[in-house]
Design a protein around this ligand. Structure first.
Ligand code: PMP
Length: 373
């Protein structure tokens, strides 16, 4: 048996994959975490132009091309009202790498990282790979993150806490008052807040807020990505920003692990950021319509589900055996415990799927629910 690092032995392949593998080929897949739209035409065209003009042949600056970082800074100046210096942005291989370098740069061996439970699977895994200890905190009944729970979990060993609104797997959107609290906690406890905002543009009620708008210290690092904002999951282009000092440390990891984000993807993301946002509005409207179809269907079936206010996920409370029963009947949903112990008793439904398929899946789920009740 080869010898592996203790760190890598502490993580396993995500439980989501297992569900996909167990499903039949013609199953309706409500397990996939990506928008079902094409990448905007202007973004594709920018990548093609960059390739044809020979701009994509060489490494870019480690942080990414200046014009992309300027476009990112401009986006956050507009959307978050913050004064962001493009020098304090690193373009990464998706939000995934952004989370990775944020944790690598800030978590020492044995230090704690407070993560939402249920929460996106990478927070737990990347904390362990960084040598840290994830400290899961349960969510409120409406599936929002509770600042009081985060504050109560802080110890002398806390390196960071992760917040994620709109949330995966919950679809929950944090209220502005909670986001202000996240900022206050980061300030008062002098602890890093990693804010994962990759679903920022998919909000149906209220507005997206970031702790970086309110923090008085430099204790917030923001992760974002073209993946969900512009339906570009395959391009692998995200970014992270924060104070100059924090960016300097994250860049050390990025430089050795990645060198730079893919050049064609950088040009595509820049075009997406600068281009017409009509496509983004159309995506959000479409997700909202499908959310309503799903919520109505679940309510008719008697399945209890907190109302998701963003992203494209819902997390109903389901009886034991529900997920397997759905799988047997040809609908893939992900068991809540794939996202943490407190996810047990729930299932994540991704409704980024065709409306007809969604309606059919709802009727199958209703029957599955009746069968296991
Ligand atoms: N954060 C959250 C909450 C996510 O759901 C995802 C993707 N599923 C990511 C980050 C990473 O996405 P990407 O690497 O494609 O940008």
């Amino acid at each position: 048996m080869p010898k592996f690092s203790d760190r890598v032995e502490r993580v396993s392949i995500s439980g989501i994959r297992e569900v996909f593998e167990a499903a039949g080929e013609d199953a309706i897949n409500l397990g996939i975490g990506q928008p079902d739209f094409p990448t905007p035409e202007h973004a594709r065209a920018a990548a093609v132009d960059a390739i044809e003009d020979g701009l994509a042949d060489a490494y870019t600056e480690n942080k990414g091309i200046a014009s992309l970082r300027e476009a990112i800074a401009e986006k956050h100046r507009t959307d978050q009202g913050i004064d962001l210096d493009p020098a304090n942005v690193i373009a990464t291989a998706g939000g995934s790498e952004a989370l990775h370098i944020a944790l690598e740069a800030h978590v020492s061996a044995g230090e704690e990282v407070i993560v939402p439970d249920p929460g996106f699977v990478s927070y737990d895994a990347l904390t362990k790979l960084a040598g840290g200890e994830p400290v899961p905190v349960p969510l409120r009944d409406d599936l929002t993150l509770d600042p009081t729970a985060i504050e109560a979990a802080i110890t002398d060993d806390t390196a960071a806490f992760v917040v994620n609104s709109p949330g995966n797997p919950t679809g929950a959107v944090s209220a502005e008052s909670d986001v202000r609290e996240f900022a206050r906690i980061a300030d008062e406890h002098d602890v890093l807040c990693v804010s994962d905002e990759v679903y920022e543009y998919t909000v149906f009620e209220g507005n997206h807020h970031s702790p970086i708008e309110y923090a008085e210290s430099e204790n917030v690092v923001v992760v974002n990505s073209a993946s969900k904002l512009f339906s570009m999951t395959g391009w692998r282009l995200g970014w992270v920003y924060g104070s100059a000092e924090r960016v300097d440390r994250m860049l050390r990891v990025h430089q050795y692990a990645q060198a730079c984000a893919s050049a064609p993807a950088q040009y595509a993301a820049e075009a997406a950021l600068r281009g017409d946002r009509g496509v983004v509005e159309a995506m959000t409207d479409s997700f909202e319509r499908r959310r309503d179809i799903l919520l109505d269907g679940l309510a008719d079936a008697g399945i209890d589900c907190p109302t998701p206010k963003g992203a494209f996920y819902a997390m109903p409370r389901v009886p034991e055996g529900f997920v397997d029963e759905c799988l047997d009947r040809g609908v893939i949903v992900v068991p809540g415990e794939a996202f943490g112990e407190h996810g047990r008793g729930s299932a994540r439904i991704s409704y980024a799927t065709d409306e007809d398929d969604l309606r059919e899946a709802i009727s199958i789920m209703a029957n599955a629910y009746d069968a296991v009740q």
